[in-house]
Write a protein that binds this ligand. Structure first.
Ligand SMILES: Cc1cc2nc3c(=O)[nH]c(=O)nc-3n(C[C@H](O)[C@H](O)[C@H](O)COP(=O)(O)OP(=O)(O)OC[C@H]3O[C@@H](n4cnc5c(N)ncnc54)[C@H](O)[C@@H]3O)c2cc1C
Length: 220
């Protein structure tokens, strides 16, 4: 089950993901797309227990993790980069901006960055720092579309109705969904995603696009 959004929604778009890890082992994830980075760990655990219990899955828990991932809808990337730059030190990963704005995931970009470093002719600190800085800027530029989608999702769709956006999205062909999550959506993909009856009110969507979002921040 990739996205089970039949669960309670309340103040966020919430879905449960269930993937088999083995014959008798399941990975169950409870995800919330919400406006504030607040996680009530105990409440989330209880909801997960109830979800599993209702299905008769009463086995042992072999491990768990939890976390809060960023959804990036805008910001001044140059200023953020300037603030964090350390002369002569190459910076990688989510803390250097190599992240999918809408999912907070990093794996596809981590692989690209690793390959770029492996192919670099000059592995000195200053050369790597410059190369990675430029790649991060190019990544920011290339992912503007996803920040606009994030803006629309959070600015135009009411929290309890956000599932409608995803319901529509997950009816698209799987190759299109894969490209979206790898931040490689083509022009045609974008057109197809935007086609049809809008899942959010048009005026709210336009307002969301021109509204300034909170600046890109990272807690130390
Ligand atoms: C529940 C959950 C599920 C997720 N699922 C996915 C998924 O399916 N796919 C996906 O792509 N992503 C997923 N993510 C996100 C993914 O885990 C992060 O994007 C990824 O861990 C970021 O890796 P990173 O190395 O860039 O940064 P981090 O994991 O934050 O690693 C940075 C490391 O640097 C260390 N560090 C910081 N400052 C210094 C310093 N000055 N000196 C030395 N060390 C320092 C930190 O301690 C840390 O260990 C998930 C996250 C969570 C919480």
């Amino acid at each position: 089950m990739i996205v089970d959004a039949t669960v309670g929604q309340s103040r966020s778009f919430r879905f449960v993901q269930v993937l088999p890890l083995g014959e008798c082992e399941l990975f169950i994830e409870d995800a919330y797309y919400q406006d504030s980075p607040v996680l009530d760990h105990d409440a989330a655990t209880r909801r997960l227990d109830r979800y599993a219990g209702r299905r008769g899955w009463n086995g042992e828990m072999s491990g768990s993790e939890s976390g809060i991932l960023p959804v990036i809808a805008g910001g001044d990337f140059a200023a953020w980069q300037d603030e964090r730059r350390i002369d002569g030190v190459g910076r990688i990963g989510v803390h250097a901006g190599f992240v999918h704005p809408l999912t907070g995931y990093t794996v596809p970009f981590a692989v690209e960055t690793a390959l770029a470093i492996a192919h670099a002719k000059d592995l000195s600190g200053p050369a790597l720092a410059e190369m990675l800085d430029e790649r991060a800027q190019a990544h920011w530029k290339a992912t503007g579309y996803y920040r606009r989608v994030a803006s629309m999702l959070f600015g135009a769709a009411r929290a309890s109705k956000r599932w409608k956006v995803f319901e529509r999205f997950y009816h698209l062909p799987s190759a299109r969904i894969e490209r979206f999550f790898a931040a490689r959506a083509t022009g045609l993909d974008r057109l197809r995603i935007a086609c049809g009856k809008p899942p959010v009110p048009l005026l709210r969507a336009l307002r969301a696009l021109v509204t300034q979002r909170a600046p890109l921040l990272e807690e130390e």
